[in-house]
Design a binder for this molecule. Structure first.
Ligand SMILES: *Cc1c(COP(=O)(O)O)cnc(C)c1O
Length: 316
């Protein structure tokens, strides 16, 4: 596919999602998950996350299902696998499909099984900033269902299986060959890169323990791929500013949840509609973490965060 949004979109089209259908999405995700649904003319039905993992709460899914629900889209946010077994179970019981958004989770495992092999179909992005990134835009889907694979190939190729015979009004979303060559080479280093991310994350978890700072919580089922190392603090902006002064640049993933974006003003959701997601968006901050980060850089981040957290506690 040309990119991750197209991968999600084509997977939904292949699953037969269209106008009037409902798709369950996390209230707490990057907006692309929602855009893929609304691009099909279908309606998003957001479900709140677990406070501990930031991922969709399986226990809240059943109440959100209706006769129009076609698909559930869990997102493995920040590289942490969503709790897939109960999600797949509730989907099976209700005759709906599962499409997981793996854009942030290359290399993550759920109960030792690789994400991308757990749902009916999985969508990937290889945007340069992802765990496996091309030199430009790229995406893919993975599935064990040959009918879905065939439909996605057809839909992404002008709706055509046979040259110049068009079955449906498809679109064009090709993986650029130069990007494919780059990904082929970088794929060999993916496991090593994830290992490096894991060992840096382990040092962060140990070195930041005991501060007034919410640290990532990793459930027993998860081997996290650490796309991002996200902490939580009630004074997130102050923390970010002080860390920037100490030479540690931190980003926010994400400042505004999809339901409060101008793009979704038509849905008339206001502040307070999805409070768990809103409070997460108000408090999260991503510390710098990348494969190959030096020992010195890791220590610098740890020292700076400890120092700033201490100072923020003493300030009024
Ligand atoms: C990056 C991302 C996408 C979209 O991928 P693109 O390649 O940028 O289109 C979708 N979902 C999530 C969770 C992402 O992080």
């Amino acid at each position: 596919m040309g990119n991750g949004l197209d991968a999600l979109h084509l997977a939904l089209l292949a699953l037969g999602v269209g106008p009037g259908d409902e798709v369950i999405v996390p209230s707490n995700t990057f907006i692309a998950t929602w855009l893929a649904v609304t691009r099909c003319g279908a309606n998003v039905v957001p479900v709140e996350p677990e406070e501990s993992t930031y991922n969709i709460d399986p226990d809240r899914i059943e109440a959100a299902l209706t006769r129009r629900t076609k698909v559930i889209i869990p997102v493995h946010l920040y590289g942490q696998p969503a709790d897939m077994d109960p999600i797949v179970e509730v989907a099976r019981r209700n005759g709906v499909k599962v499409l997981d958004d793996c854009a942030q989770a290359h290399g993550a495992r759920y109960l030792r099984r690789a994400v991308g092999s757990l749902a009916d179909v999985s969508a990937w992005s290889f945007y340069p900033g992802k765990n496996l990134g091309a030199f430009g835009d790229a995406g893919a889907i993975t599935t064990n269902d040959s009918r879905i694979a065939e439909r996605v190939r057809m839909l992404g190729n002008y709706g055509s299986k046979l040259k110049y015979r068009n079955e449906v009004k498809g679109l064009n979303s090709r993986l650029d060959e130069i990007q494919a060559a780059v990904l082929d080479a970088k794929l060999l280093r993916l496991d090593l890169n994830i290992e490096m991310r894991r060992s840096i994350a382990a040092r962060f978890l140990e070195g930041l323990d005991g501060l007034n700072l919410g640290l990532p919580k990793i459930p027993g089922y998860a081997d996290c791929a650490w796309h991002l190392f996200v902490v939580r603090h009630p004074r997130r902006e102050a923390l970010q500013e002080h860390l920037a002064h100490a030479g540690v640049e931190c980003l926010i993933h994400y400042p505004t949840p999809p339901h409060l974006q101008p793009a979704y003003i038509d849905l008339s959701w206001h502040r307070g509609t999805f409070p768990i997601s809103e409070s997460i968006h108000d408090e999260v901050l991503s510390l710098p973490l990348w494969p190959g980060m030096s020992d010195h850089q890791v220590c610098h981040v740890l020292d700076a965060v400890r120092d700033v957290c201490g100072r923020l506690e003493r300030l009024p």
